[in-house]
Write a protein that binds this ligand. Structure first.
Ligand SMILES: [Fe+2]
Length: 345
């Protein structure tokens, strides 16, 4: 199994990519909106198809990339059923399973940092790996003073749901602030100052209730955004700004879209060519034809530079289409990203 630990240095957040090299299916755990291009490029380079974005909880310090990645790929999103994220595809409860390739992820409810926290557990055949979010860090744990956090609940989650995985289980945290990457159950039982085996529940509650931390800088933005799958709210009266952009370098599987090229007929015959699968419909005729289509069709709009197609996409959205993206940079960028192979080489 492929395991990649990716880092957001602004919020010290870890994102994990898990992939099955045999099937090419992959999952991202806790993707961050600022790193969408990085993560899509890595998936592309590893020739992986994203099947799930899983959040360990509704984050207070950063915005999830789950909703945007769902619209950019064909993946589904999952988060705790108790987290209140109505737009998630798969509300997960204790013991629920998600598969990618030949691997299974078990969701374990580990509330306490928030009321809707999950730990994702995967057995890679040799070792049990647990992606703990903010339930436990290397030598620490997530705070319990907002989002219905509760120290007693967190103590029980760690001891009953995480330490029960066995001493050898590898723990991958949602954050690290001191340069660590991962740990094991045994290490934390021995050395975690808050959660080693000799710390009682009463002492833990006392520690957590006296941390006196300031609020995360982005909490007022991040929590509402994450309750909406992290999809940025569009400014009013600017329909163009609602159009999600798709970079041609990140497209692995073009068959997930109906691709619509809105250039004029002479342009299709020009040197930039056209994408083989594209429907070729000049912009002036677009709405006439689009009125025949299912409003939920997954559309990718294309033109020469990305500007006309962006307008066309905005018009479709205004007319009730729910899943329209724009090919950033149009055919110019497409040809740079997908050069036609020289038959002699
Ligand atoms: Fe958190």
């Amino acid at each position: 199994m492929i395991v990649r630990q990716l880092f957001d240095s602004e919020t010290s957040t870890y994102t994990y990519l898990l992939g099955d090299p045999d099937t090419g299916e992959a999952v991202l755990i806790d993707p961050v909106i600022d790193h969408i291009e990085r993560d899509l490029q890595l998936l592309n380079e590893l020739e992986m198809t994203l099947v799930y974005c899983l959040d360990t909880h509704v984050h207070a310090d950063h915005v999830t990339a789950a909703g945007t990645l769902r619209s950019r790929t064909s993946c589904k999103t999952g988060v705790a059923a108790t987290a209140g994220v109505a737009c998630a595809d798969t509300p997960l409860r204790n013991g629920d399973r998600v598969t990618f390739g030949g691997y299974t992820i078990e969701a374990r409810e580990t509330p306490g940092h928030t009321s809707g926290c999950l730990t994702y557990v995967v057995d890679n055949g040799n070792r049990v790996m647990a992606f703990t979010g903010d339930a436990i860090f290397v030598r620490g744990c997530g705070r319990t003073d907002f989002q219905e956090g509760d120290p007693q609940t967190l103590y029980r989650s760690v001891h009953q749901q995480i330490y029960s995985l066995g001493d050898d289980a590898i723990l991958y945290p949602g954050h690290d602030y001191k340069g660590h990457s991962h740990t094991t159950v045994l290490e934390e039982k021995q050395h975690n100052p808050r959660l080693n085996a000799s710390v009682t529940e009463e002492v833990f509650v006392d520690i957590m209730n006296n941390l006196n931390l300031g609020m995360p800088k982005k909490i007022d933005v991040a929590v509402p955004a994450n309750l909406g799958c992290g999809i940025p709210a569009a400014p009013e009266n600017e329909s163009e700004s609602q159009v999600p952009e798709v970079s041609p370098t990140t497209i692995v599987n073009r068959s997930v879209w109906m691709i619509v090229d809105v250039r004029e007929p002479h342009e299709w015959e020009g040197e930039l060519g056209f994408i083989a699968e594209a429907e070729r419909i000049p912009q002036a005729q677009l709405m006439d034809q689009a009125n025949e289509w299912d409003r939920n069709t997954k559309l990718l709009m294309v033109c020469r530079s990305g500007r006309r197609s962006r307008n066309a996409a905005a018009e479709l959205i205004e007319n009730g289409f729910t899943d329209v993206s724009n090919l950033t940079g149009g055919m110019i960028a497409w040809n740079e990203a997908h050069p036609v192979a020289d038959p002699e080489s």
